[in-house]
Design a protein around this ligand. Structure first.
Ligand code: UDP
Ligand code: MG
Length: 316
């Protein structure tokens, strides 16, 4: 199989059939074998019925239905698990991404040797309330990851098969796939300017909370890529530092007290001194950091891949 087109879709009942038609029309003149994998991310607008209705029309269609809405990352993850194409393309289901970009992206992967090619919606058709924060977000992600992309969260991307099989999408990490890919050792990341359309049907699935979750996920991803496999390296460091500071301060005030007692000089009860409490707090927090490091290490060793529950299939 040459190509897998992975399309996560949540409540896109009006868009899904024209979307499939558009993909099929675009690829019909190309000499490639392909599959289209739609992941119905727990839609409740009748999209699954629509998919079943049209499946006869689209022999290349495969679909996965989630039992409930697990989010775009889980949907992509399920699609990636299932994909068998040498090149995997992801696209949004809402007709905002153009299937005409599929073949050029595939070409960049096959001929120029890119591991991942990310779309860049240079001319966006979204409200300002979205484009401005997006600029900031892209700047922050570039800054933290060192990857020079303009549009990290573009839904339209292409991958070598090995890349999608190796990245581990959890939470809302789909926004940072290029960062995760680079972390997995797939560092040849390219960019292609892509056409972007206004949403025709339905509404965006990410409300204002994207501006809260996005930055938090950025913190998580930069933390995970640096310390995800070894939380002790960061927590242990701060733990030891704080504990030593506290213990040092303690030794100092305790020593001073003993010295004064020995020489029968009056000195305050150390439990009335603020430095006593500072030392105590530093030692306690240091211990907590250490504990967090240990727990982190245990969790790293016992965690598994993304979770989702599938309720139905169209096997194609
Ligand atoms: N999507 C999904 N699960 C979700 C939210 C979104 O599968 O929980 C899909 C959605 O159907 C669309 C794509 O992810 O195909 C991008 O979503 P949307 O167009 O709402 O995002 P935007 O373009 O506004 O960033
Ligand atoms: Mg969209």
């Amino acid at each position: 199989m040459d190509l897998s087109i992975v399309i996560p879709a949540y409540n896109e009942v009006e868009s899904i059939r024209p979307m499939l038609q558009w993909v099929v029309d675009t690829l019909s003149s190309e000499a490639v074998s392909y599959e289209i994998i739609v992941i119905d991310d727990g839609s409740n607008d009748g999209m699954w019925d629509e998919l079943q209705t049209v499946q006869g029309q689209f022999p290349s269609l495969k679909a996965i239905r989630f039992k409930r809405n697990y989010g775009k990352s889980a949907a992509l993850s399920a699609g990636f698990d299932k994909a068998i194409g040498d090149v995997v393309i992801t696209m949004d289901a809402d007709l905002q991404d153009s299937p005409e970009e599929i073949m050029p992206i595939r070409k960049m992967i096959l001929e120029d040797g890119f591991d991942l090619v990310s779309g860049w919606k240079k001319k966006r058709h979204d409200p300002v309330s979205k484009t401005v924060p997006t600029k900031l977000y892209n700047w922050a992600t570039r800054f933290m990851s060192g990857i020079k992309l303009h549009d990290f969260n573009c839904g339209l991307k292409g991958y070598k098969k090995a890349v999608v099989k190796s990245i581990d999408l959890r939470g809302e990490m789909h926004r940072y796939i290029p960062v995760l890919a680079a972390k997995s050792g797939y560092k040849k990341i390219g960019e292609k300017v892509v056409k972007h359309q206004k949403r025709k049907f339905g509404t965006t699935k990410f409300g204002l909370n994207r501006f809260i979750n996005g930055p938090l996920d950025l913190l998580t991803v930069s933390f995970i890529t640096r310390f995800g496999k070894s939380p002790m390296h960061i927590f242990g460091f701060f733990g030891i530092l704080l504990f030593m500071l506290g213990a040092g301060l303690f030794a100092y005030i305790g020593g001073l007290k003993l010295y004064n007692m020995y020489h029968e000089v009056y000195s305050k009860n150390i439990a009335t001194m603020s430095s006593f409490y500072i030392a105590l707090t530093a030692m306690i927090i240091g211990t907590l950091f250490f504990l967090a490091g240990f727990l982190g290490e245990l969790i790293v060793r016992s965690s598994s891949r993304s979770t989702f529950e599938i309720s139905d299939y169209i096997r194609g």
